[in-house]
Ligand binder design. Structure first.
Ligand code: UD1
Ligand code: UDP
Length: 386
């Protein structure tokens, strides 16, 4: 049994959450020498996740600067990761999803002829402008990847249509591994739940909770103005409480804080760590978001989700009827939320638990594939076209 050296690289909050269970599985595997490098693309929000999952970075590139430009960030990642690649000389580099960290790292590894594994490969909207620049990033990573770990059959089909040279493996999404670990922790530890609840004394149990997140670049400016206007309208409902952990991007904050700060029914809070966010999702009546990860998590928790985008690379839950798109549009957001609050039958349809994104076993499949060991793909979704 030959040993392999695997360098896992991530830098933003969602990448860290989705890579955390995989890093745990790599570290526990006797066949793997696991090395972790964080780029620090998100400084504070990344550190929150590292602490929660007890992750330790062997290398930290510390690339973030306030209000960073895409090109400045990209250049810093490429230059600094190259030195780590030269030093570590891994058999595989693992990157995640569609961030600048992922595509810059993949290109740097490609130039050094190091094999690349892309976790969460094959998500596509088909529109390079939405989400921007993520649709480009994930395409670039797949072009140079040796292993494409597709979360679902849909993502696998997207990859097959592009005639790429790497191997496609359907694993499920590691976000469900992270979510299952976290909900188990909360379920088995009432004292921990009480600690989390004590951190959110603002939660008013007599009102229904609308949990909001938003950060997409294509909604900067007018889109965020519309989103905030819709939230201000909804905040007039006496039966509703709105909680919004505001993303740290200054382009988000410069609109959200002045438009919504001070409204009595809106709680603008700092980004919370993943444990608290999962707990808040559990307490919520419905979720309004533009986040990719939240779209995947909420159906597992049986929570209705309205997505503030016009297109999504995650059509599975839309097809299952537990997620709907409302754009960054004041009227559609207001109407969508009101319908789910006022029409119990419509809400019940959205609340059906569905699990299209994973079964909590994705990390183990990825480690087995890297080690060359046999395993069953997610939901036995093999296809004769393989
Ligand atoms: C990035 C990803 C996006 C992902 C999102 C998750 C790219 C191109 N985009 O977008 O795909 O969905 O993260 O949140 O990689 N900031 C802090 N502290 C933090 C995090 C961010 O201060 O912990 C501020 C900084 O001023 C930073 C800015 O937010 O410059 C923007 O961060 P950046 O990673 O460039 O973009 P995101 O919009 O977060
Ligand atoms: N999340 C969190 N704290 C928050 C808001 C979100 O831990 O205050 C989690 C959420 O559960 C999901 C991830 O962060 O797993 C999503 O991150 P984000 O919305 O920044 O990025 P995206 O998913 O759009 O790439």
């Amino acid at each position: 049994m030959s040993r392999i050296k695997v360098l896992t690289v991530f830098g933003t909050r969602p990448e860290a959450i989705k890579m955390a269970p995989l890093v745990c599985a790599l570290q526990a595997d006797p066949q793997v020498d696991s090395v972790v490098c964080v780029t620090g693309q998100h400084r504070e929000m990344l550190d929150q996740v590292m602490r929660l999952f007890g992750l330790h970075a062997d290398h930290d590139l510390d690339v973030m600067v306030p209000d960073q430009t895409l090109n400045g960030l990209y250049a810093r990642v490429i230059e600094r990761i190259d030195a780590i690649l030269a030093q570590v000389m891994p058999d595989f580099v693992l990157v995640h999803g569609d961030t600048s960290t992922a595509s810059a790292t993949a290109l740097a590894a490609f130039h050094r002829r190091i094999r690349i594994g892309h976790v969460e490969a094959g998500l596509r909207t088909g529109d390079l402008a939405r989400p921007f620049p993520e649709e480009m990033n994930r395409r670039v990573v797949d072009v140079v990847s040796d292993f494409m770990f597709a979360p679902t059959q849909t993502s696998r089909r997207n990859l097959m249509a592009e005639n790429l040279s790497g191997q496609i493996i359907v694993t499920g999404n590691t976000v469900i591994d992270a979510l299952a670990m976290t909900t188990e922790r909360l379920k088995n530890d009432p004292a921990l739940c009480a600690e989390v609840a004590a951190r959110h004394p603002w939660l008013d149990r007599s009102r229904r909770l609308l949990l909001v997140t938003g950060h997409r670049r294509e909604s900067f400016g007018e889109g965020f103005v519309n989103i905030c206007a819709a939230l201000a309208d909804l905040a007039q409902r006496p039966d509703l409480q709105i909680a919004y952990p505001v993303h740290m991007n200054p382009r988000v904050r410069e609109v959200v804080m002045p438009q919504l700060g001070g409204l009595p029914n809106v709680n603008l809070i700092e980004p919370v760590d993943y444990l608290d966010f999962v707990w808040l999702m559990q307490q919520s009546e419905l979720i309004l978001t533009d986040s990719g990860g939240v779209q995947e998590e909420a159906p597992y928790l049986g929570k209705p989700v309205l997505v503030m985008r016009d297109v999504t690379e995650r059509p599975e839950a839309v097809d299952a009827g537990t997620v709907a798109l409302v754009g960054a549009d004041r009227d559609r957001i207001r109407a969508g939320v009101s319908r789910l609050l006022d029409d119990s039958q419509a809400a019940a349809g959205f609340r059906r638990r569905s699990n299209p994104y994973g079964d909590g076993l994705a990390s183990g499949r990825i480690v087995s594939a890297l080690c060359g060991r046999p395993f069953e793909t997610f939901a036995n979704m093999t296809d004769e076209n393989d």
